[in-house]
Design a protein. Sequence first.
Length: 196
Amino acid sequence: MASLSEYLLYCVRVGIFPEWHKILFRRKMGSKKLSGLQNVRNFATTWVETKVARFQSEKDWTSPNATTDIITRLLRVHDNDPGKISKAEILTAGIMNVGAGSDTTSIAFSAAIFNLLKHPSSLRRLQEEIREYEARGVISDPIKFSEAQKMPYLQAVIKEALRVHPATGLILGRVVPKEGAVLAGQYFPPGVRLLT
């Protein structure tokens, strides 16, 4: 967690000032002050390599009935056509999921849980939906993404939690198009970078 915090603090700074990345990244890596990035990479590398070794030793890992997490799916694509995705690209996907995905995922879950606890009637309604779907036998344990997508109240809870407390701390910049733009009555010339 400390490594992720250190890494994400760096990401916030270069997210706001991307032109600083080229300079700061080399300095940070040279001074070992960005060790969080290497720790995240090492964790993801170990995890992906362990998964690759396990699936290479199992006969049915390419079976459609085998585990279907993202790394398994990417390994299946690589196994069928190595030209579509390399093992290095699979490793990069693992690193990105650990580095970028962990922070936003924890923020989203925290927001949803906080708001469900703050609004007990909403929590009860979600629990009722879960029990109903379990009784009908239409969700697995653990629940699959495709099954969760068919649960309207769960989806409403997730979307509302993300609306009231977005998981990303930075808004995405936009570049004004060549014809310029008027926003809230203010004219912005072409090429200007805006945070809206």
